[in-house]
Design a protein around this ligand. Structure first.
Ligand code: NG1
Ligand code: ZN
Length: 545
């Protein structure tokens, strides 16, 4: 088979260091960039096979999101812009870990299992973030595609959600939009401008937003998009990559985990600010009040704002569509309580990782899904979209209904339904606040977060921890869950859980309680229990105070 000759030749240029083993984790492969060349080449091969099998265009994004600059990673994108299917995650791991001399056998094994028609054409879209290593690594992906005779299109520097969008546009023959960066800007900005027209008396001050671009790709893309927004949004961009280091002391993950503002940003009291992560698929908002106290509005607050807005519109439009919010165990207990008991919407909890949330959200007419860290979007079922479309086009409708239907229609168009998208989420949030005439303080006051703390514990093997019930309970090692239960009972309104991270070699500990001191103490005590019962390495976790 001549197609494999080229693979053999090219794989010699991208050799695997013997003995290296990686797992396709929560968000693809992610590790130090120096170790990734062979994985990139092989993901180019795999994407080509996936494209042949699905007879559709597949995406490959080179990024390590919120990880430090030295890391990199790769994610595969399936035809409708969703994360690659779980079976292919397994193939990805097998192919990445095959020793150099076993590569062809591993490749042929996948071809056989999936009965891949090797004469089928293949097309792969490739994108990359701004890391120094990304150019070299995305070339390795392109080499993989060409080694198997696939066609590729290199989108160069794009955000992760932009690449997902391109894949979806391409495979829907343009129904979702035009598969270009320009097409993306046009679709989102036109919908945003139409939504903004519904905001009465919006002052220039209210149209102002400070954006922390995490010194990454999101900053570049916000700059490119600005002119399309026709002054409906005035952006002050910080951490735009001109000086600072990617994700260093800035970006959505830093702000969320540290619960403090990024460096390099000027914050005036009451002003709306937001942070993207390194590949612009996460967003969190924040402000500082007149006393200088920092307030974070995370993915849970975003989900609440969006679902409230949508629910009100559905009522005004007289549409009976089932709306649900999908969260993970990291969602603040106050948000879940507010959504279930005050807003009376359905709330689902899934395992961490957007693929799980995305999947669960697909079960409803409208599924709003957000991780607390700010990754999320809204999914509309085909039937829901059609109903909204029909109503928006119905010329006999009276004022209020018509307005609501048109707002819903433009809301659909401003949203990137393929994956969480910081730019798209930002535009939707800005439009909602403008339409509702709401300040960030009023948004924040919808409910009050329970104080919480996230910590990490190093253990010799994270796999000793196994969880159940959407990761809210540990089933192993023996005694750990009982220890957590006992500790939680010591505090009011407390909750805690632990799980192995899928992107770092650590166990994550989460705790929330009535006061910050209690949350910190509980998180520390649970960390100690993990350290003692799950084989902690290094020094014992130290108390926070
Ligand atoms: P891990 O490292 O598995 O906790 C983190 C985030 C996830 C998800 C992935 C991918 C937390 C607690 N975990 O996963 O929600 O976003 O990264 O980026 O925020
Ligand atoms: Zn990201």
């Amino acid at each position: 088979m001549s197609e494999f000759q080229e693979v053999s030749k090219q794989s010699g240029v991208h050799p695997k260091p013997a003995g290296l083993v990686f797992q396709y984790g929560t968000a693809g492969f992610r590790t130090n960039a120096k170790l990734l060349d062979h994985i990139m080449f092989r993901m180019g091969l795999l994407a080509t096979l996936r494209s042949k099998t699905t007879k559709a265009t597949i995406g490959v994004m080179v990024t390590a999101s919120h990880n430090p600059e030295e890391d990199n990673g790769v994610k595969l994108v399936d035809p409708m812009g969703e994360m690659v299917s779980p079976t292919w995650e397994v193939y990805a791991t097998q192919l990445a870990n095959a020793e150099q001399e076993d590569l062809l056998a591993a490749l042929k094994d996948i071809i056989e299992k999936e009965a891949v028609n090797m004469s089928q054409e293949a097309k792969v879209f490739v994108g990359k973030d701004t890391r120094g290593s990304s150019a070299r690594l995305s070339q390795a992906v392109l080499d993989g595609v060409s080694a198997l005779g696939g066609h590729s299109k290199d989108y160069g520097l794009v955000t992760t959600p932009q690449l997902h969008y391109m894949v979806c546009c391409q495979n829907t023959q343009g129904k979702y939009g035009e598969a270009t960066v320009e097409g993306y800007y046009k679709k989102l900005s036109q919908a945003f401008i139409k939504l903004s027209k519904n905001a009465s008396n919006c002052t220039d001050d209210q149209k102002h937003l400070s954006v922390d671009g995490a010194n990454g790709i999101g900053a570049l893309k916000v700059r490119e998009m600005e002119s399309h927004l026709k002054k409906e949004l005035h952006i002050s961009l910080f951490n735009d990559g001109s000086e600072g280091k990617l994700n260093h002391q800035c970006g959505a993950d830093f702000v969320k985990v540290q619960q403090k503002p990024p460096t390099g940003m000027e914050i005036n009291p009451g002003e709306r600010c937001c942070s993207f992560d390194g590949d612009a698929d996460r967003i969190v908002y924040y402000y500082s009040d007149s006393e200088g106290t920092f307030h974070l509005l995370d993915g849970d607050k975003v989900a609440t704002l969006i679902s409230t807005f949508l629910k009100e519109l559905l009522t005004s439009a007289g549409l009976d569509l089932k709306i649900a919010v999908v969260q993970t165990a990291y969602a603040n207990g106050s948000s879940t309580n507010y959504l279930e008991n005050t807003m009376k919407v359905i709330v689902r909890c899934t395992k961490t990782g957007v693929k799980h949330l995305h999947h669960a959200a697909q079960e409803f007419d409208i599924g709003v899904y957000f991780e607390a860290n700010g990754h999320g979007t809204v999914l509309f079922s085909k039937a829901a979209e059609e109903k909204i479309q029909q109503l928006a086009e119905n010329s006999s409708l009276i004022d209020e209904k018509k307005r609501a239907a048109l707002l819903l229609q433009n809301t659909i168009n401003v949203i990137n339904q393929t994956v969480g998208d910081a730019i798209s989420d930002m535009l939707l949030i800005e439009a909602i606040l403008a339409i509702k005439g709401m300040t960030i303080h009023q948004w924040d006051a919808i409910y009050t977060d329970l104080p919480n703390r996230q910590l990490k514990v190093k253990v010799s093997d994270c796999r000793v921890i196994d969880t159940t019930d959407a990761e809210r309970r540990a089933v192993s090692p023996a005694g750990l869950q009982e220890a957590i239960d006992t500790l939680v009972k010591k505090y009011r309104k407390a909750r805690s859980f632990v799980r192995p991270s899928g992107t770092e070699d650590v166990v994550r500990v989460y705790a929330e309680a009535e006061t910050q001191d209690s949350a910190d103490d509980l998180a520390h005590e649970v960390s100690l229990a993990v350290y003692r019962l799950a084989g902690g390495v290094g020094g014992e976790p130290k108390p926070l105070h």
